[in-house]
Design a protein around this ligand. Structure first.
Ligand code: RB5
Length: 146
């Protein structure tokens, strides 16, 4: 499974840790940057990762900024993206089971490295539950079309 990554300056270090963790596990990773702690604008990276998802260049995306909030807001503007900003492995699991989240948005200033990697593992390892949740996702897709 290919995973598209992006971060701003606040998320840069954690993004590097997540990237190494994913590569170690054998995932194919596409990294859109940023490549340093120099100040940048998070929507640029949310856009790149969101388009990878929307255009089927990656199956999942992971975005990191200070809180994960700006990244989630921006990524959710891209058609077909369901970005979830979570701070626990439990919420990560539910974002997959109930919402089929295809983008994970993490806040490097809110979660420590160990928690972030646990969130990533749980999120990547959980399948969408379907059933009644599928009907609800179809209603979200309908909103995108309106
Ligand atoms: C950058 O200072 C910060 O605003 C950004 O990383 C993010 O937290 C926005 O939601």
């Amino acid at each position: 499974m290919k995973i598209s990554l992006g971060a701003d300056h606040a998320g840069f270090e954690l993004k590097q840790k997540i990237k190494a963790h994913l590569v170690n596990q054998g995932f194919e990773v596409g990294d859109h940057g940023t490549a340093s702690a120099e100040s940048v604008d998070y929507p640029d990276f949310a856009r790149a990762v969101g388009h990878d998802i929307a255009e089927n260049r990656a199956k999942r995306g992971i975005l990191v900024c200070g809180t994960g909030i700006g990244m989630a807001i921006a990524a959710n503007k891209v058609h077909g993206v369901r970005a979830a900003n979570v701070v626990s492995a439990d919420a990560a699991r539910l974002s997959r089971e109930h919402n089929d989240a295809n983008v994970l948005a993490l806040g490097a200033r809110l979660v420590d490295e160990q928690t972030a990697l646990q969130i990533v593992d749980k999120w990547l390892g959980t399948e969408f539950a379907g059933g009644r949740h599928l009907r609800r996702l179809e209603k979200i897709s309908e909103l995108e079309r309106q």
